[in-house]
Write a protein that binds this ligand. Structure first.
Ligand code: ASP
Length: 352
């Protein structure tokens, strides 16, 4: 993927684009940042997620009517398994259709040098919603800006939902992560949430930290565990502190693992490093294995956005971790589809 052009270019006007707050109504909204959500919006979305999950599981066919004749386009300029497939599955389970360039974006006009704006305009002129993953921070803001311009020109409306923009944000991952924490713990108040690994480049931890703060969690302690060179950006730490979360940074997992209610493990983001040597220098830090998990409490939940590599040990370690009832990353993965169903139904004005 990294060898192809990515249509890079966030324009000055788009850089100034401010995503509107959801403010009680998802209909017609671009979804590019967790900062658009306030607690009531999240509670509404999660109620809808729970409802859709039980309807899908019980085989309720009426769900298939919600997005009938609606089309979702996917534009993925970076590798993805879960985000891409769960969005597609979500749309299909809502009765909608999915389009993408046959063979992936490497066979789109990006290969001929087309810029991001034109690729997004194409997707937006055919589909009601465009899911975009792109390596450049704020690329989804560019897409939102361009789709608003296109709406004025064509008189039709298409919205973008970010599937992750570089080291910036991954808003829908944060939605599914918060949903999963509440699903298992019943609340976020009073929890100690420990984020471990490459906190510098991991967009999922950036978005998760922010959404916990935006949700107004009370007495929540955030433990940020990373090697000194991979600490979370200062901007993220300031954001959550200003909103009342207690934040503690450390490179010692032993200090905090026993007192954690949620452990959120992450991968070292190899593709974001300037050189292989830089990556190798820190790649072996923080490996989750059954003996590490043994230090955690009996009612902790272990989350991971996946994909996992050596940071969860060997395949033999995976096998042991996977059957530990505290490991909830497969539930988390499936919740992604249900949360994205609720979100798609919401932005398409099809909730209910
Ligand atoms: N799948 C997540 C993401 O797209 C996590 C990862 O790649 O490590 O950010």
């Amino acid at each position: 993927m990294s060898s192809i052009a990515t249509g890079v270019g966030v324009s000055t006007m788009a850089a100034a684009f401010t995503p509107p707050a959801i403010d009680g109504d998802l209909t017609g909204r671009h979804i590019v940042s967790v900062e658009q959500f306030a607690r009531p919006d999240l509670d509404d979305l999660f109620r809808s997620t729970v409802d859709l999950r039980s309807r899908v599981r019980s085989g309720d066919q009426s769900v298939l009517k919600l997005c009938r004749r609606r089309i979702m386009a996917t534009l993925f300029f970076e590798a993805s398994t879960r985000t891409d497939m769960s969005f597609q599955a979500a749309m299909l389970r809502l009765g909608g259709e999915v389009v993408a360039t046959a063979g992936g974006v490497q066979f789109s006009s990006v290969y001929k040098g087309e810029n991001l704006a034109d690729s997004v305009r194409a997707a937006g002129s055919y589909a009601d919603v465009v899911v975009l993953r792109h390596p450049e921070v704020r690329s989804s803001y560019e897409a939102a800006y361009q789709l608003d311009q296109l709406s004025t020109r064509l008189g039709t409306r298409s919205v973008v939902v970010s599937g992750g923009d570089g080291v910036g944000e991954h808003p829908t991952q944060a939605l599914l992560d918060l949903f999963t924490i509440i699903d298992f713990k019943g609340t976020v108040d009073g929890l100690t949430v420990t984020l471990v690994g490459d906190l510098a480049h991991g967009r999922t931890v950036h978005s998760l930290a922010k959404i916990l703060a935006l949700y107004g969690a009370r007495d929540l302690r955030l433990e940020l565990v990373s090697p000194p060179s991979l600490r979370a950006p200062v901007g993220i730490i300031d954001f959550v502190r200003q909103r009342g979360l207690e934040v503690h940074e450390t490179d010692s997992l032993d200090e905090v693992i026993g007192g954690s209610d949620v452990i959120y493990w992450t991968r070292v983001q190899q593709e974001r490093f300037a050189s292989e040597a830089d990556y190798e220098a820190i790649a072996r830090h923080f490996i989750m294995t059954p003996s590490v998990l043994a230090q955690a409490s009996a009612d902790v939940i272990l989350m991971h956005p996946l994909p996992r590599k050596h940071e969860m040990g060997t395949p033999a370690d995976h096998a042991v971790l996977d059957i530990d009832p505290r490991s909830v990353y497969f539930h988390q993965m499936q919740n992604g589809m249900y949360v994205r169903m609720a979100l798609l139904a919401g932005v398409l004005g099809a909730a209910g």
